[in-house]
Design a binder for this molecule. Sequence first.
Ligand code: HEC
Ligand code: HEC
Ligand code: HEC
Ligand code: HEC
Length: 417
Amino acid sequence: MKRSVKFLVLGLLAGGVAIAFGLRDGSVPATATAAGASNPGSTSSGEMRAALATPQDIAEGKRVAEASCASCHGLSGIPKPKDKDMPNIAGQRPGYLYLEMRVYQSGGRGNTPMNNAVKFLSDDALIKVAAYYANVDPAEPAPAPSGKAASAKPDAMSVGKAASAGCAGCHGETGVTSTPGMPNLIGLDPKYFIAAVKAYKSGQRKSDMMQTLVSAVTDAELDGMALFYGLQKPVKAKTPSPGDQSAGKTAAAACAGCHGEGGVSTGTAPSLAGQDAQYFIEAMKAYKDGSRKDDAMKAPAASVDAATIKNLAAYYANQAPQAPKVRKPLTVAEMAERCDRCHGVNGNSTDLRTPALAAQRTEYLQRVLRAYQKGERKSTAMTAMLDGLTETDIDGLSMHYARQKARSVVYMPLPSK
Ligand code: HEC
Ligand code: HEC
Ligand code: HEC
Ligand code: HEC
């Protein structure tokens, strides 16, 4: 059923200045269409009535709240700090409050205390109590972290950067060495990098010095370093590369099948482009004399003499390395930008059916986001949004929204002509 009510959404901003966000045909607000997976197309009059409540509706809603909700949610809608499981419903969007209560009523969202609390309430009571809680003052945002808490969970890139400081003396600050004989670490695929460090750790790849140096590196640091080096700008070797490059190029034809054209590998073999020439020569010697064991390299190493190796080393050192396929993880701010498309600027939804997230409680956000991700709480939009997010991402987003200032929204019907 199409309704002809038109909406004017007024946002009350910090200084109490009212501005118009949008004007829409009331049948289904644009963002609610994407959101309305649970209730496609049906803008029941309930949501709108909750949004357009009169002062008398709100007063009646307060009586419902006193009788049926206050024992848990309080009349303020803001839970006590000790009630970690409780959401904050103060100033939440009216259509959302109404719809969620309907979902609890139908058992679509399982939580026994809530299911029982709304089971016997009439639609009219739900509309009015939704209008009441939507109209109380929202909670204050969670305080910004300070001191130790602020640096509790650094991202992978910072972990990698910090850990790589201990490697810079030999491998260069960004993985480009200035000491002949030290391998460059840029342009290496993260999988190869990680496998190489683990091979030193286990002693499978022989280098007493490297084994000692990486013995204390944790898995998280190793992942972080692979990311850090993988994201550095690739540059050619800075160390000398005596040898005949064009002769090297000819000889390199035999290696391209595994190491790629110009030494940029697309398979499991390491990239050689831009590698330090002296390290290259020593690696080939090690394959030749068997001190570095690898089935794939045994025959190629045996097939080249010392002069050819020197030319190959010069050729590869002067090829331009390519950045490996490493995607920089999104920051919390970048992720939140995507969420804000539906949930409003800094989680202040201007859609009556989409929940506001600003100043919501951290623990509650963490819990429901995990529930969406696992499919325990159903929402097509939300499950798709959370695909691929890590535990750390969910914690970061939860803290981000808990710290945003909550702003009230007033929904106004347009006066009829
Ligand atoms: C016995 C305690 C209890 C009572 C009474 C109660 N609630 Fe709740 N309410 C909860 C708990 C716990 C949750 C969190 C449940 C969950 O995670 O699904 C909740 C969740 C909600 C939510 C979902 C919030 C969100 O952001 O999705 C709404 C809306 C809500 N309550 C409104 C009400 C209203 C209105 C009443 C009165 C009609 C009421 N509740 C009565 C305990 C209660
Ligand atoms: C004292 C100098 C030195 C320091 C410090 C050092 N390395 Fe090395 N690294 C070397 C040398 C020399 C080799 C070559 C060893 C060999 O022949 O296998 C090497 C090899 C490597 C390789 C293999 C490269 C390839 O292309 O196969 C990786 C990966 C590596 N180091 C990572 C690290 C990391 C990570 C750190 C810091 C935790 C570190 N290194 C610290 C000297 C150093
Ligand atoms: C059949 C595939 C294959 C061919 C052909 C091949 N390689 Fe390799 N190469 C590999 C693999 C796999 C590794 C990694 C082995 C390891 O972890 O020690 C490697 C490692 C290397 C390394 C050590 C790189 C580093 O960062 O430590 C050098 C140098 C090298 N190859 C040079 C060559 C040259 C020169 C040729 C041609 C003459 C060649 N390879 C031909 C598969 C191949
Ligand atoms: C396409 C629109 C859309 C996008 C984008 C979106 N959401 Fe949602 N979100 C919704 C809708 C609709 C609901 C209500 C679903 C329901 O009924 O369970 C919701 C519910 C939620 C809830 C539950 C609120 C409560 O009070 O219980 C949280 C938390 C949430 N979203 C966080 C996020 C985060 C974090 C992101 C970004 C990673 C995001 N959303 C992106 C539409 C969206």
